[in-house]
Design a protein around this ligand. Structure first.
Ligand code: FAD
Length: 404
């Protein structure tokens, strides 16, 4: 049963826990984490060095993954995407445009892939089905008329800012202290336990020490840098990708290439724009990642293959963001799983701290659930996850007067 957050009775919030948790990072993962822990009754403080969602979260493609893209490569990830996309459609309907998606085979090799693709989707719980090209083109006339095969999947799109804001709003209404423009500059470790963070407020350059019982680093592609503050070596590979938006909606559905995941193979409608993405490279530092002209030209070419005429539209923006891939690589990072990892740092000599890395925005709630379970286990507390149960408040309520 799904309940409206606003109707939640005070008694429904788990009993107050006598522990203060500090979350580093104000992207979608941190937002979901703050809500989950606040709902379990913890005292929560979240610190974000810039504006909320200013990291990768505010710059991604906005595809609500059904998991179809991952079905042939990793059924567990595909299944999780499907399950979580259903949960998000129920708890955050206001932030989601459930438009469906079409995988399009443009050549014979891609057409040969169709059966295995549909079977893998179905085995992962994704109700994909092959449809006649003419039918798919009746939904989306922009699909290349040379398409050989088309497969419907339950993909969708969501607003990259509003989804996390709905989680932030819920967390704040439960008492979480959300602090943007507050950078963690040091992590204090005493007798093998993380006990406090030192912060610098970027408004006014104020410094503050915040004591806590547990620290969760939800700092995405910056997790390696944040880990170093506690003397840790967190296995993360920042993997930048570029996206390009043109004006106008070339389709209302998500269009993808019917082929193993590659570059420039997904076209997502977002508000009044159409976005083609993405590319992949590796970077040591996730700051100041910029797209280059070659990538933009490549993306336009790839978009035209899916939907001819894309490149004729006025370009609205080209930008890049870094994926927080969980793992290390000596190659180009494609072999690293797209799954997420919750790393306890107790065995490395820093008890009371975990890093939550990898994953994707679609599974932010599930990532937070696993990490909050670990926090409870390591603190010896018993509080269950209830974030599936409530429809989140409007993202608008985050900005209500007096909320900051
Ligand atoms: C090109 C691209 C396209 C993508 N498309 C999709 C998609 O369509 N669908 C999907 O589901 N997923 C997509 N993803 C994946 C998704 O964007 C990420 O998995 C998700 O945004 C990560 O969120 P996060 O909160 O973990 O990280 P972030 O949003 O990066 O948040 C981490 C935050 O930590 C902060 N921080 C770092 N250091 C400190 C410090 N010292 N003190 C305080 N704060 C700090 C940063 O400023 C940042 O805001 C895409 C990723 C990329 C790169």
């Amino acid at each position: 049963m799904y309940l409206y957050f606003g109707l939640m009775l005070k008694a429904e919030v788990s009993k107050r826990q006598d522990a203060r948790i500090c979350i580093i990072g104000g992207g979608g993962t941190g937002a979901a984490m703050a809500y989950d822990l606040a709902l379990r009754g913890f005292s929560v403080i979240l610190l974000e060095q810039g504006e909320l969602t200013s990291g990768t979260t505010g710059r991604h493609h906005g595809q609500l993954h059904s998991g179809a893209r991952y079905a042939l490569g990793d059924r567990a990830i595909a299944r999780e995407c499907m399950e979580e996309s259903l949960v998000l459609r129920r708890i955050a309907p206001e932030t989601i445009e459930y438009n469906g998606g079409v995988f399009v085979a443009i050549n014979d090799e891609e057409a040969d892939y169709a059966n295995a693709f549909v079977n893998a989707c179905q085995e992962s719980g994704i109700p994909a089905r092959e449809v006649q090209v003419a039918e798919a083109r009746s939904w989306e006339p922009a699909i290349n008329h040379k398409a050989k095969k088309t497969v419907w999947v339950p993909d969708g799109s969501f607003d990259a800012f509003r989804l996390p804001l709905a989680f932030f709003a819920a967390a704040r209404q439960l008492g979480a202290d959300i602090k943007p423009f507050c950078k963690v500059t040091e992590i204090e470790v005493k007798a093998g336990r993380a006990v406090a963070v030192n912060t610098q407020s970027l408004c006014g350059k104020k410094e503050e020490k915040i004591c806590c019982d547990y620290i969760v680093s939800a700092s995405g592609a910056w997790a390696g840098m944040v880990g170093k503050l506690a003397g840790l070596d967190v296995p993360i590979s920042p993997a930048p990708g570029t996206m390009l938006a043109v004006q106008g909606r070339i389709s209302d559905m998500v269009l993808s290439r019917l082929a193993p995941p590659g570059d420039g193979d997904i076209l997502v409608p977002q508000r009044g724009l159409s976005i083609i993405g993405t590319t992949q490279s590796l970077a040591d530092n996730p700051d100041c990642i910029l797209p280059d002209k070659k990538e933009a030209a490549f993306l336009l070419e790839r978009a035209d293959e899916l939907a001819p005429g894309f490149s004729k539209r006025p370009v609205h923006a080209v930008w890049a963001a870094a994926r927080p891939l969980a793992g290390r690589t000596s190659g180009d990072g494609r072999e690293i799983s797209r799954d997420f990892a919750v790393l306890s740092h107790a065995e490395e000599g820093v008890a009371g701290m975990a890093s939550l890395i990898g994953g994707k925005a679609t599974v932010l709630r599930a990532m937070a659930e696993k990490a909050a379970d670990l926090v409870c286990k390591e603190l010896g507390l018993d509080a269950v996850c209830r974030t599936r149960d409530y429809v989140l408040p409007s993202w608008r309520s985050f900005y209500k007067a007096g909320s900051r």
